[in-house]
Design a protein around this ligand. Structure first.
Ligand SMILES: *[C@@H]1O[C@H](CO)[C@@H](O)[C@H](O)[C@H]1NC(C)=O
Ligand SMILES: *[C@@H]1O[C@H](CO)[C@@H](O)[C@H](O)[C@H]1NC(C)=O
Ligand SMILES: *[C@@H]1O[C@H](CO)[C@@H](O)[C@H](O)[C@H]1NC(C)=O
Ligand SMILES: [Zn+2]
Length: 227
């Protein structure tokens, strides 16, 4: 092997490793949206959990979908939370529930938007999805199929796994990297306001971790739960 070829091979390996792991600093102003604006949308994703009837559901996954091209700091289109236990549908993670909710809101013939299904599909290309924990590969794929302009998550899959959650170990950045054949580009911003999203996911498997604000520990069926 000649020297030149060898050094190129090393560079390629290095570049692949870097692109798979380095994310933008979430405190930068990306696509003209400040960290402060994005932080408030992420806080809304945390408080969307109230839709479930409690500020501290076990499956504490909340999503909001925002139009940032409409105005600054943006316009809320819809919210969604994990609906597995409410509906019995195991695929209704918070992101899927929000995409479903937004579709219903955008196409409601009596609603604010009154879009046709074809128009609703195109509308997603202008929207940003905020979710308080990194999407599983199913949801990250749904985000790419939807063509969202931006996808922003709080707590990482790595943190979820470290804290006892069962997760499919494919980071969203890998799904995004693998989806270059899709027509729409999408921006990924990770770990945004993780200091405020993490506490929603650290109590479930750690009985000594404090409950999220507004909730207290109770014992049910041998497990210690926040409610
Ligand atoms: C988002 O805002 C842009 C700019 O105002 C607008 O053209 C677009 O229709 C909005 N999207 C939705 C779904 O309302
Ligand atoms: C759908 O989104 C709206 C608007 O944000 C919200 O008020 C409503 O609770 C959401 N519905 C569900 C089922 O999540
Ligand atoms: C979390 O960190 C951000 C900076 O990344 C800061 O603005 C925010 O106040 C912090 N939240 C809390 C509750 O300390
Ligand atoms: Zn998911």
């Amino acid at each position: 092997m000649n020297i030149k070829f060898h050094s190129m091979a090393v560079f390629t390996v290095f570049a692949t490793a870097v692109s798979a792991t380095v994310l933008a600093n979430p405190e930068l102003t990306i696509n003209g949206v400040s960290f402060e604006s994005r932080a408030n949308w992420m806080r809304l994703a945390n408080s969307a959990l109230e839709i479930s009837g409690s500020p501290c559901p076990f499956a504490a996954f909340g999503t909001v979908i925002v139009n940032h091209t409409d105005s600054n700091p943006g316009k809320l289109i819809c919210m969604g939370v994990n609906e597995n236990s409410k509906t019995g549908n195991p695929s209704l993670h918070g992101e899927i529930a929000a995409i479903k909710n937004c579709t219903a809101i955008l196409t409601d013939p009596e609603g604010d938007y009154r879009l046709t299904p074809a128009e609703a599909q195109i509308a997603f290309e202008g929207l940003s999805l905020y979710t308080n924990a990194e999407s599983c590969p199913m949801c990250a794929s749904a985000i790419r199929w939807s063509g969202f302009r931006e996808y922003i998550y709080g707590t990482s899959i790595e943190t979820l796994i470290n804290q006892g959650w069962g997760q499919i170990r494919v980071p969203s950045v890998n799904i995004f990297e693998a989806s270059y054949d899709l027509p729409i580009q999408s921006r990924l911003i990770g770990n945004l306001l993780a200091n405020e999203t993490d506490p929603f996911f650290l109590w479930q498997y750690n009985p000594s971790y404090p409950c999220p604000r507004g909730c207290t520990r109770s014992r049910g069926l041998g497990a210690s739960l926040c409610s």
